[in-house]
Design a binder for this molecule. Structure first.
Ligand code: HEC
Length: 374
């Protein structure tokens, strides 16, 4: 077994000449330099004699000078340290990557669910606002316009001003022109105006209201076509005063019969749920948008981490890796005998302290050699 050393970077290797060759070539794993080995003359890729440490005089009373192997050890150590220093960048990036992954997962779950909840709340609020608007319109017709018209036109029936259902429906038709995705209906199983006919879904809820008189409201999601909507439904219960127009057609105002006929919307009974106030607002659009916003947010965080990693890497290379590399090169040169190597000791950080320690060591070695050679 022989020990060889790379002339370029100083890394040391153990080689076996099992095949009995006179020479061989090896590639340095640290710097890719090709090391030629002459097994016969044992010139094994070591530094040229001029680059070696000065040989001390072999005087009997003097202590032996450090052997060449000791230099090799130093060079090998320096090289190892260099490898470790270089891998610091990888370690550092792995740490940043781990933080980054945790951040993405946290953002996805925390901010994603937050945005989703906000979007849902927006949908609930819109539906509630629409319902309140329609209830207010009904209430205004029945409590303000209708009594005033009755007073002015006793015994007469003016549909436009005296039917709160008619008023609310017409007001919503105007709202619908601006908000075509919003929906309002006096959904009824046996409507007077067929435009108010309840669909299958609404019929199911009306049945629930009829079976549970304590149920004051239904709210939830329903799918219409490829869209999901959030809907609120409130029961409209027939009272005694409603019977004038919804009970026996014989007692109904003439104007109403002329306009709607004597079949639809009659023969209802007090306490019966004769329809529902139904509102729906689109929900899938809003919730999909929240989902998209979560990804936009994550995209921004990815960009931020990318720029941060880039800056940290440049900074790290300049402040830590390059000075360590330089110091390793200096130490390597010293180990090969170049005791005049200049070490940059400027600065006050830990690396500068290390450089100063190296410098002191270099001076001590130099002095030791001078003493020995005297
Ligand atoms: C003076 C007559 C009159 C009275 C009283 C009246 N309604 Fe009506 N109602 C109508 C008319 C007219 C319509 C049709 C409106 C339209 O064209 O949308 C209607 C429609 C409705 C509808 C919508 C479904 C449908 O049949 O087209 C509901 C629900 C309704 N009324 C409930 C009531 C309730 C509850 C009361 C009592 C609190 C009441 N109405 C009292 C005249 C009346």
């Amino acid at each position: 077994m022989q020990i060889i050393q790379c002339e370029k970077c100083g890394k040391r290797y153990k080689v076996n000449n099992d095949s009995g060759k006179t020479s061989a070539k090896y590639k340095c794993s640290a710097c890719d330099h090709v090391i030629a080995v002459d097994f016969v003359n044992a010139d094994v890729g070591s530094p040229t004699p001029s680059a070696r440490a000065p040989e001390p005089d072999p005087g009997p009373v003097r202590k032996p000078a450090p052997s060449y192997d000791a230099h090799n050890d130093q060079a090998a150590m320096t090289s190892d340290a260099m490898e470790k220093a270089l891998s610091l960048r990888t370690k550092f990036n792995i740490a940043i990557g781990a933080v980054f992954l945790c951040a993405i997962v946290l953002i996805y779950f925390l901010s994603g669910s937050r945005l989703q909840k906000d979007a849902e709340q927006q949908v609930f609020d819109k539906a509630r606002l629409l319902l309140t608007t329609m209830e207010a319109s009904r209430s205004f017709t029945s409590k303000v316009i209708k009594p005033a018209l009755y007073k002015e036109l006793p015994g007469r029936f003016v549909t436009e001003g005296m039917s709160s259902s008619f008023g609310a429906r017409n007001i919503f038709e105007r709202i619908h022109k601006t908000y075509p995705q919003y929906y309002f209906k006096h959904a009824a199983p046996y409507p007077r105006n067929l435009i108010n006919q309840a669909d299958d879904f609404e019929m199911g809820i009306i049945e629930q209201f009829n079976n549970n008189p304590d149920m004051k409201e239904w709210q939830g999601y329903r799918v219409k076509g490829d869209q999901q909507e959030y809907s609120i439904m409130k029961p409209i219960v027939a009272k005694d005063r409603c019977m004038r127009c919804h009970g026996d057609p014989a007692k109904a105002p003439k104007e109403l019969l002329d306009r709607y006929g004597n079949e639809n919307g009659f023969h209802r009974s007090v306490g019966e749920v004769i329809g529902t106030l139904t509102v729906s607002v689109p929900s899938s659009i809003v919730i999909d948008k929240a989902r998209k916003n979560t990804w936009v947010f994550i995209g921004m965080v990815v960009l931020f981490f990318f720029v941060l990693t880039l800056i940290v890497n440049v900074f790290f290379a300049k402040v830590v890796l390059q000075p360590i590399q330089k110091l390793a090169d200096n130490a390597n040169e010293i180990s090969l005998g170049k005791l005049d190597t200049q070490i940059n000791t400027s600065g006050g950080d830990e690396i500068a302290m290390l450089a100063k320690a190296f410098n002191r060591m270099k001076i001590s070695i130099k002095m030791a050699f001078e003493q020995l050679s005297r």
